[in-house]
Design a protein around this ligand. Structure first.
Ligand SMILES: Cc1ncc(COP(=O)(O)O)c(C=O)c1O
Length: 381
């Protein structure tokens, strides 16, 4: 029997926690009501379940519950934030973001650019972080929005959130932050940080797929992207998926409860995984180690063919070369750090999770080391 696959792709998605599945269970059948059906008890019970979930999530972010707008995930939340804000403007203006953002930010921004908006995409430093001075220099009187993510999906690098928040506040420009990878994995308080719009997703933190939220500060006006029944204060029409919402709230609570201990454990496991890789020589860590999600490791392995590396590892380790959502294109994030196409292809994103064990990390480290040595022997140089 082949050895079980070691799952090191938690930034692509996580398994749904057993507690989350249990929290969703009552809402599939018995508690199946439509929260918009206010005329009877079954609908009212569903509405109450949504209210409780909204309050729980809001309390974890330290915001009032009515800031939370449920969406189908972070992609939709980003689209609502970016296009929704732009569409309230009388005329196209200027937008600022960063080259290493997720496609779910870059693509809506590109859509706006085609509609006449001016778009500045700032570079990152070699460690993957945005220099706030560059942001300061890029903001003009015409800038309507800054969009900078909290933590990168490929290299796990955490942006200088406090400095960005201070800057956006002092320049009077709203800040949208894609926190799909950060929510539940690091402390995140939009009000304290000065984030006006924050996108989050359930399936990156042991919740269900197909649910997320946009957190919207009260001063922000958005144009809805889905029109219909007026749900979510008219910002996002559609019958609310009560089981998924209850699951998201439970996932958020679990993440809140074990976050500090999980971060500590993941950073120890990551070091354990990194040590045998560095011993190989010519292995470079992509992005800052200091400002980084504890469960992310991204390395470029020099002197091997990327396709061969991934082909050899596929049977024993589930990992990726970059984002799960970049449809085979070489990583634009690694390119932003100055990696060549060949280097980007010979890169590994290894993301750890709540269930990852020392044994798995040791097995993965030695398997990767064996494959790299073999490939370098077969095709030296
Ligand atoms: C940074 C970032 N933003 C947005 C998304 C999209 O999230 P969702 O799958 O909830 O639409 C992802 C998922 O990979 C992500 O990593």
């Amino acid at each position: 029997m082949p050895a079980p696959l070691i799952y090191l792709d938690h930034q692509a998605t996580t398994p749904c926690a057993a507690e989350v599945v249990a929290a969703m269970e009552p809402h599939w059948n018995g508690g199946f009501g439509n929260p918009a059906s206010r005329a009877h008890r079954i609908g009212l019970a569903a509405a109450a379940a949504v209210d409780i979930a909204r309050e729980r999530i809001a309390s974890h972010l330290d915001v009032p519950p009515d800031w939370v707008v449920f969406t189908s995930g972070a992609t939709e939340a980003n689209n609502l934030a970016l296009k929704g804000l732009a569409e309230t403007a009388a005329a196209p203006g200027h937008l600022v973001s960063v080259v290493s953002e997720h496609r779910a930010v870059l693509d809506p921004l590109e859509d706006l650019r085609r509609r006449g908006w001016e778009l500045t995409l700032l570079p990152v430093d070699p460690d993957g972080r945005l220099d706030p001075a560059r942001l300061d220099a890029a903001i003009t009187p015409d800038t309507r929005l800054v969009s900078v993510m909290a933590a990168n999906n490929e290299i796990g690098v955490i942006q200088p959130l406090e400095a960005i928040g201070r800057l956006c506040r002092s320049r009077g420009v709203p800040w949208h932050c894609d926190a799909a990878q950060a929510f539940g994995h690091m402390a995140l308080e939009p009000r304290r940080l000065g984030i006006d719009l924050l996108s989050l997703s359930g399936h990156k933190l042991y919740g269900p797929k197909g649910i997320g939220a946009l957190v919207v500060a009260p001063e922000i006006r958005l144009h809805a992207q889905l029109h219909g029944g007026g749900q979510e204060r008219g910002l996002r029409a559609g019958t609310l998926p009560v089981p998924l919402i209850a699951g998201l709230a439970e996932a958020s609570a679990l993440a809140q409860a074990d976050r500090v201990e999980r971060q500590q454990r993941c950073s120890e496991l990551r070091q354990r995984l990194l040590t045998p890789l560095l011993e190989l020589g010519d292995v470079v860590v992509n992005g800052s180690m200091e400002h980084r999600l504890a469960h992310n490791l991204s390395v470029t392995v020099r002197g091997v063919n990327g396709a061969a590396l991934h082909r050899e590892l596929r049977r024993s380790i589930a990992c990726s070369s970059g984002s799960a959502c970049s449809a085979g294109e070489p990583s634009h994030v690694l390119a932003a750090l100055g990696r060549s196409r060949r280097e980007a292809e010979a890169s590994l994103r290894l993301s750890l999770g709540r269930q990852t064990s020392e044994g798995e990390v040791d097995a993965a480290g030695s398997r990767i080391a064996d494959v790299v040595r073999q490939l370098r022997r077969d095709r030296p140089g």
